[in-house]
Design a protein around this ligand. Structure first.
Ligand SMILES: NC(=O)C1=CN([C@@H]2O[C@H](COP(=O)(O)OP(=O)(O)OC[C@H]3O[C@@H](n4cnc5c(N)ncnc54)[C@H](OP(=O)(O)O)[C@@H]3O)[C@@H](O)[C@H]2O)C=CC1
Ligand SMILES: O=C(O)C1=N[C@H](C(=O)O)C[C@H](O)C1
Length: 268
C-alpha cells in the first residue's frame, strides 16, 4: 500500500515515516508540508532520522494523492479538512490523527466520508482505545451519582485543549451513561462555579515539558474513587496505529470510521 505522510516535518510526521519504514506491506509514496515550509525539498527519510529515502517534501498534494493508496495526516484541523476532500475525490484512505476540530469541521469530514474512507481518532494507540472501552463499561456500571472527571497532561507545544483523547474518553463515559457529551461536558472551571452539577463530565488540562500524553479518568463516588489511566511513552504507538488503520481501510467501503472499528473494540 502506497502511503503519503502529511505534516512530514512535525513530531508525528517524522514518527509516521519511521513506522511506514518498519511495516511490511506499506511504502512511503510522498511527503507533504504546507506552502512556504522551510522543509520543502528536503528528503523525508533524513527528516525522520532514518537516512535518505528519495522522497522529497512537497506542498503539491494533487499529484501525490492521484498516485497513492492512502494518506496519514497528523496536522491541523483546516489542513485535514482540505485534504479530506482531495482524498475522497481520489478514493484513497485518509487516516486522520489531527485533533481540535470544530463541529462544523467534523460535518465537512462526514461529507467527505460519503465518498471516501476516513479513519479518524483522537488517539491511535491500542492502550487508549482499550481504556475507552473500560471507561464506557465503568460509567455504565457505576451510574450518575459517581462523578466523572478527566485529567490530561501534554507537552508545552500542544495547541488544542482538551486533548482529542480526553474528549474521546469523555465520549465513552457519556455513551456508558447514555447522555450527550456536548450537553454534559464542563471543559473549564474558574471563579465561583457553585457546586458540581450531577451527571456532568469534567475536564482538566495540564501543559508542560515534553510529556507525550497522560490521561486519567476518575470516577468519584460516595467515600471511594475508581481511577483508570494511560501514559504514552513514545509517539511510535500512535504512528503504528495509524499505519494499521490505513491497511484496515484499504478497499473498504466509504465511511467515517474510528480506531475502535480497526481494533475490533466495539461498544459492548
Ligand atoms: N490521534 C493521535 O493518536 C495523535 C494525534 N496527534 C495530533 O496530531 C496533530 C499534530 O501533532 P504534532 O505532530 O505533535 O504537531 P506538530 O506541530 O509537530 O506537527 C504538525 C505538522 O502539520 C503541519 N501543519 C500545521 N498546520 C498546517 C496547515 N494549516 N496546513 C498544512 N500543514 C500544517 C506543521 O507544519 P508547520 O510546522 O509548518 O506548521 C507540521 O509539519 C495534533 O492535532 C495532535 O493533537 C498527535 C499525536 C497522536
Ligand atoms: O498533541 C499531542 O501530542 C497528542 N495529541 C493527541 C490528543 O490530543 O489527545 C493524542 C496524544 O495524546 C498526543
Amino acid at each position: 500500500m502506497r502511503l503519503i505522510v502529511a505534516g512530514t516535518s512535525g513530531r508525528m510526521g517524522r514518527a509516521l515515516v519511521r513506522a511506514i519504514g518498519e511495516t511490511e506491506g506499506v511504502e512511503l509514496a510522498g511527503a507533504l508540508e504546507r506552502a512556504g515550509s522551510e522543509h520543502l525539498g528536503r528528503d523525508a527519510g533524513e527528516l525522520a532520522g532514518v537516512g535518505p529515502l528519495g522522497i522529497a517534501v512537497t506542498d503539491d498534494a494533487l499529484p501525490l494523492v492521484a498516485a497513492a493508496d492512502g494518506v496519514l495526516d497528523f496536522t491541523a484541523p483546516e489542513a485535514s479538512v482540505a485534504l479530506s476532500e482531495l482524498a475522497a475525490q481520489a478514493r484513497i484512505v485518509h487516516v486522520i490523527g489531527t485533533t481540535g476540530f470544530s463541529t462544523a469541521q467534523i460535518a465537512r469530514l462526514d461529507a467527505a466520508a460519503r465518498h471516501g474512507v476516513i479513519v479518524r481518532s483522537g488517539n491511535m494507540s491500542l492502550g487508549v482505545n482499550l481504556l475507552a472501552a473500560l471507561v464506557r463499561q465503568a460509567a455504565r456500571a457505576l451510574g450518575p451519582e459517581w462523578d466523572v472527571e478527566i485529567v490530561e497532561m501534554h507537552h508545552r507545544l500542544k495547541v488544542d485543549a482538551p486533548s482529542g483523547t480526553a474528549l474521546l474518553l469523555g465520549q465513552a463515559a457519556a455513551e456508558g451513561r447514555e447522555i450527550a457529551l456536548a450537553e454534559s461536558a464542563v471543559r473549564v472551571r474558574d471563579g465561583h462555579t457553585g457546586p458540581r452539577v450531577e451527571g456532568t463530565i469534567g475536564f482538566a488540562t495540564l501543559r508542560g515539558g515534553t510529556v507525550v500524553g497522560d490521561h486519567s479518568v476518575i470516577l468519584a463516588g460516595p467515600g471511594e474513587r475508581v481511577e483508570l489511566g494511560h501514559r504514552a511513552e513514545d509517539r511510535m504507538i500512535f504512528a503504528r496505529g495509524a499505519v494499521k488503520a490505513a491497511l484496515w481501510g484499504f478497499r473498504r467501503k466509504p465511511g467515517h470510521y474510528g480506531m475502535a472499528d480497526v481494533l475490533g473494540l466495539q461498544p459492548a
